[in-house]
Ligand binder design. Structure first.
Ligand SMILES: [Cu+2]
Length: 165
């Protein structure tokens, strides 16, 4: 009990969730200013199994849609592409979802993300199924500038390809 309380009080501590062969390490999302429609989420995903798995989506209460995006820079313009087939987590490997690469996109936010909070989410994996996690709302511990850059991108409404409305 005391341990659980102290973990909640310090969201920047490492936290991880295991379901089947899938381990989700330290999911977090940078805070958003009021009025911003989108937020990005990051984490490390480890596949301890002997078969590939695939992150195919998720569900949260603070946003209406959870997508998997990839940021690509073409001709000095950053664009986000939706990975419609999800993100493969190869057997026996660790995939880091970090700023300026692949990210979880929380689209159409219902409320701003407040630094120091934590937000529950369910991630859907093809094989492992549902993994319930808590996203710590915090800035990246390293590469802060990258994180700020990406938040700025979302704020300004970067062109998105392959999005359905
Ligand atoms: Cu995105």
């Amino acid at each position: 009990m005391l341990l659980a309380l102290s973990l909640e009080a310090t969201p920047s501590m490492a936290h991880q969730y295991v379901v089947g062969d899938i381990e989700v390490v330290h999911p977090y999302a940078p805070p958003t200013p009021p009025g911003v429609a989108m937020a990005a989420g990051y984490m490390e995903i480890i596949n301890h199994g002997k078969e590939d798995d695939r992150l195919i989506g998720g569900k949260v209460y603070f946003a209406h849609d959870v997508q998997i995006h990839q940021t690509v820079v073409e001709n000095d313009v950053s664009r986000m592409r939706r990975l419609k087939d999800g993100l493969v987590i190869p057997a026996g490997t660790s995939v880091k979802i970090e700023p300026m690469g692949i990210h979880i996109m929380f689209a159409d936010l219902a409320e701003p993300l407040v630094e120091g909070d934590s937000q529950s989410a369910t991630l859907f994996f093809e094989n492992a199924g549902e993994v319930k996690v808590e996203f710590a709302i915090e800035h990246p511990s390293s590469g802060v500038m990258d994180g700020m850059h990406e938040e700025g991108m979302h704020k300004e409404g970067v062109k998105m390809e392959g999005m359905h409305h």
